[in-house]
Design a protein around this ligand. Structure first.
Ligand code: ZN
Ligand code: ZN
Length: 448
């Protein structure tokens, strides 16, 4: 990613900021080849952090309370990092499949530098997103992947980054019709813009936006999409534009106070569990449901379906909202959340350093770093749920870090922090060792 000044990859800060709002003009975001397309998503990380800080400040000024929790926020960011890890190793499946169809089956070539191609691709990518998103809510096996994004019971900019690892393996096919005539370089730009646009709408600090609400997907519309109130279920699937929902009858305006999250919450901060538990649920339901056709329906009908029910389940079975719903928030000692916060910041540092240096690293080093990031994010999840095995996992994690760091396989972006990390991880390994010793001693005392 080491872009040279003046090269097309060298996107100016202002352009990068506008990319978050789909506010770039065709002239400044059209490229001849896919290789020239900037990685707008990875370059947005500093902006994500800045806007999250800004949202905290505004919510404090508006309501004298912070909209967000450490445990839920770290889980969302962990899921955001996990979802991007496969792209560190491989070109994304969206692009691989798209380029394959373009190379082998294209019917015509729209000019890559025409504003008409640019605007048509905006509409095409957004419509494909609407279709994919709607089917992801209406087909159980696709919902198992997509539900990760809906698993937060808060609604803030953290939630925007809560993405599923598995989802991109289900979304790619919806874009392929465009590969028959739209060049991959134009598609690669809009795929990123469509995703980035959906960042800022995950907030409660913006109420309504007047006439823009007619055309654009806005914070108000998307709040409805994240609601578990009966009036919010299966509504407002749009990505950038809300026109598709208005056309196809899935639009619903924000009304009574929205309660966020899943109708049946997963109740976990473990980023791996949040991906796998819904799949396990489908597996169990599949075997528990009698009849071959019924078993197929468990996979391909809606998540609320059961034998004898309509395809998308019965609306009266959606749990009613009392307004007294309490988000999942297991009590943990305050130091656990602070510890997770500090160590999560270190993982963000290692992750962004990995993104910056991946082309210069051996495959083995990249895998080692990815493995360590996954181990760390799972461990933080257990820690924030106060699970007893978190301490043991932390001793292993801290020891691995110290060893691998000394051998030079991990690096901070900030060389000044190098020694501080070694001291911190040594201290933490010792701290968890003492905690476990204390627990063993008190266990023995109790049983004597
Ligand atoms: Zn959704
Ligand atoms: Zn969302």
């Amino acid at each position: 990613m080491g872009a040279e000044a003046g090269s097309p990859r060298d996107t100016a800060l202002g352009q990068q900021l506008r990319a978050l709002f789909y506010a770039l003009l065709p002239g400044e975001s059209s490229f001849r080849t896919v290789e020239e397309v900037p990685n707008y998503v990875d370059k947005s990380i500093p902006f994500f952090i800045t806007f999250i800080g800004l949202e905290f400040a505004v919510s404090w000024i508006q309501k004298r309370k912070l909209l967000g929790r450490i445990n839920d926020g770290i889980t969302s960011l962990s899921l955001g990092i996990l979802s991007r890890l496969p792209d560190v190793l491989f070109r994304s499946i969206d692009l691989i499949s798209y380029i394959y169809v373009w190379n082998n089956y294209r019917l015509l070539e729209l000019p890559w530098d025409s504003p008409w191609t640019w605007y048509l691709t905006l509409l095409g990518v957004d419509f494909a997103y609407y279709c994919f998103h709607r089917i992801s809510h209406e087909v159980n096996i696709l919902w198992a992947a997509h539900q990760v994004h809906h698993s937060s019971e808060d609604y803030n900019l953290f939630t925007a980054l809560r993405q599923s690892v598995l989802q991109k393996y289900t979304s790619w096919m919806f874009n392929l019709p465009m590969a028959l005539f739209i060049p991959p370089s134009v598609f690669a730009v809009h795929l990123q813009f469509n995703l980035l646009y959906q960042f800022w709408i995950h907030t409660e600090v913006i109420t309504k936006l007047g006439p823009l609400e007619w055309i654009l997907n806005t914070p108000s519309h998307h709040r409805v999409h994240h609601g578990r109130n009966p009036y919010c279920i299966d509504k407002n699937y749009g990505g950038t534009l809300i026109i598709w929902d208005r056309i196809f009858g899935t639009f619903e305006a924000e009304d009574e106070k929205v309660v966020y999250g899943l109708t049946h919450p997963v109740n976990s901060f473990d980023p791996i569990m949040l991906q796998l538990r819904p799949l396990a649920h489908i597996w169990n339901t599949f075997w528990a449901t009698p009849g071959f056709c019924n078993k197929l329906s468990v996979i391909f009908k809606g998540p609320g379906w059961g034998p004898g029910k309509p395809r998308l389940g019965l609306p009266e079975e959606i749990p009613v909202i009392t307004g007294k719903e309490v988000p999942f928030n297991p009590p943990v000692p305050a130091y656990c959340n602070c510890y997770a916060l500090v160590h999560f910041a270190i993982i963000v540092d290692l992750y962004t350093e990995l993104l910056a240096s991946v082309s210069m690293l051996s495959q083995g080093t990249v895998l080692l770093r990815i493995g360590f990031i996954i181990l760390s994010l799972s461990s933080f999840g257990l820690l924030m749920e106060n699970k007893s095995k978190a301490g043991i996992l932390e001793i292993i994690r801290c020891s691995v870090f110290i060893g691998v760091y000394k051998l030079g396989y991990f690096r901070s972006q900030f060389s000044v922090l190098g020694y501080a990390y070694e001291v911190l991880f040594s201290f933490c390994a010792a701290f968890w060792g003492i905690q476990i010793m204390k627990r063993i001693t008190s266990f023995k005392d109790k049983h004597h």
